[in-house]
Design a protein around this ligand. Structure first.
Ligand code: BES
Ligand code: MN
Ligand code: ZN
Length: 498
């Protein structure tokens, strides 16, 4: 991992080296505080010549402006009144990129005419910079040669935000830093190759949340058998590495408050099993635990910022492999709920894992609601691409709250239907249901399958196949593992349950 920049807030303005960054609102002016800095005139001139207007995402930089600085960067922030959290994350990412090879960055946080950015905005900018600095380069032994500095590859060791309200900024950062760490925790899990991160190793990393005050329970194979999780165990039986279920509890709310529950698909690698996948692109299936990673990430975030809520995260960790002991198409397994499932396609494994987890979660924890996250279907990528995750729910209120949290964070969701006519497509001749419903409406029949394992708890299923892995690059992510879902669920809790 590259060294992530340390974030400092200070009242004192002192920039004698490295990069000095200032902000300009759209059609605004350079901040007054810049006027005393050596090189101010050259910056003003550069802004003029470049016809720089402060549009979000744009910047101007002047190299060697004098006074010992490497450069002065003016970052456009668009219209600050209209900017949401994600807009500030983007500003932070641009800040990191534009500072290039400087080791120290000083950020002036007042705009022209004495307008100040608030503590929450500064914290989001800082988070965006760290998230953009994140790079999964653990396995690159020739770092210097391989790294491309346009990407913002960890040359920056410190970012100092100059702000009058130092203590408010520090407080906001403490909480935002926990969220950013949760996102990077999720990204690490998704990026890690499956030879390194099997079910046991994943469970160990989840257990690391104990140090933040979470209660951890790991269910091993014996326990999973005694819990009668036949659907989950059927998926795991083709792998030489045994299954695990990890349960993370955060008790930050009132004693009697029912927990909110997050459930994640954690297939550490999905070959498809006996219904094996084609070779092309199969390496991406190391990310088939993106749902579980997001659950770990949000539990990290809630615990790190000491959220005033009771929350439980449950992840089902298996590897879907073909071998002499693997389950076959035509096999019938008995789920924990007692319902039987005819396996039509062993590559529809995620729903089998989640079926037992949802049933377990509802019965053991009696949560206020359950949200499961899963890289469940290729079909959701066909439907929604890499912009929205699919949202399915048995409860309009929960669906609306999730949708709103998506709008707030720009981790966008789009609701797709559940309906009894789709449910019929998974009726089986030989068992209570089959695990696939044919080519049509593939994401919906998968959701109908999950719904059969939920009794009367408000429940939502997020199909994050297009969002959690192989994701597109943004200003605050170099791409592939995004950590999708962590900010979303953290926001859901913050909006409605704290
Ligand atoms: N893990 C895959 C879904 C997936 C595909 C995630 C592409 C990310 C990118 C899932 O287990 C799967 O294989 N689903 C099948 C279901 C089918 C057999 C009914 C699919 O989508 O093709
Ligand atoms: Mn599969
Ligand atoms: Zn899968």
């Amino acid at each position: 991992m590259p060294k992530l920049p340390t974030i400092v807030f200070s009242k004192r303005f002192q920039a004698k080296q490295g990069t000095l960054a200032v902000f300009m609102a759209e059609n605004g002016e350079l901040p007054n505080s810049l006027q005393d800095v050596e090189g101010y005139e050259r910056v003003a001139e550069a802004v003029d010549i470049a016809t720089f207007k402060g549009a979000a995402g744009s910047h101007v930089s002047v190299v060697a402006p004098g006074g010992g600085l490497d450069r002065i960067v003016v970052l456009g922030i668009g219209k600050p009144d209209e900017a949401d959290e994600e807009a500030w994350l983007k500003v932070g990412g641009k800040l990191l990129i534009s500072a290039e090879k400087s080791s120290d960055v000083t950020v002036v946080t007042d705009l022209s005419d004495g307008v100040l950015l608030n503590a929450g905005q500064l914290a989001a900018i800082a988070a965006g910079a760290r998230l953009r600095a994140y790079d999964f380069d653990n396995y690159k032994t020739r770092k210097k040669a391989n790294n491309n500095n346009d990407e913002g590859n960890g040359d920056i060791s410190k970012i100092t935000f100059v702000t009058e309200d130092e203590s408010a900024a520090k407080k906001a950062w403490k909480s935002m830093d926990g969220i950013a760490d949760g996102i990077m925790f999720a990204r690490d899990l998704v990026n890690e190759p499956a030879n390194i991160l099997g079910p046991i190793e994943f469970a160990e990393r989840a257990a690391g949340l104990e140090k933040l005050g979470c209660k951890i329970t790991i269910l091993d194979e014996k326990k999973l058998k005694s819990e009668k999780m036949g659907a989950l165990l059927g998926v795991a039986q083709g792998s030489s590495r045994p299954a695990r279920v990890a349960i993370m509890e955060w008790h930050g709310g009132k004693e009697k408050q029912k927990p909110v529950a997050f459930v994640g698909k954690g297939v550490v690698f999905d070959t498809g099993g006996i219904s094996i996948k084609p070779a092309g692109g199969m390496e991406d299936m190391k990310g088939d635990m993106g749902g579980a990673a997001a659950v770990c990430g949000v539990m990290h975030a809630l615990a790190a910022r000491k959220a005033k809520v009771n929350a439980v995260g449950i992840v089902g960790l298996v590897e879907n492999m073909p071998d002499g002991n693997a389950q076959r198409p035509g096999d019938i397994v008995t789920s924990r709920s007692g319902q039987t499932i005819e396996i039509i396609n062993t590559d529809a494994e995620g729903r089998l894992v989640l079926a037992d987890l949802l049933d377990y979660c509802e019965q053991k924890f009696k949560p206020q609601f359950m949200v499961n996250l899963a890289t469940l279907t290729g079909a959701v990528i066909i439907a929604l691409g890499k912009t929205h995750a699919g949202l399915f729910s048995n409860d309009d209120e929960l669906a609306n709250r999730l949708f709103k949290a998506g709008e707030d964070t720009k981790e966008l969701l789009w609701r797709l239907p559940l309906h009894k006519d789709y449910d019929k497509l998974i009726d089986s001749k030989f068992a209570d249901m089959k695990n696939t419903g044919g080519r049509n409406a593939g994401s919906i029949t998968a959701a109908q399958f999950l719904q059969r394992f939920v009794k009367d708890t408000p429940w939502a299923h997020l199909d994050v196949a297009g969002m959690a892995m192989a994701s597109t690059k943004t200003d605050y992510s170099k791409g592939w593992a995004s950590g999708f879902g962590v900010r979303l669920l953290n926001r859901l809790v913050a909006n409605d349950y704290e």
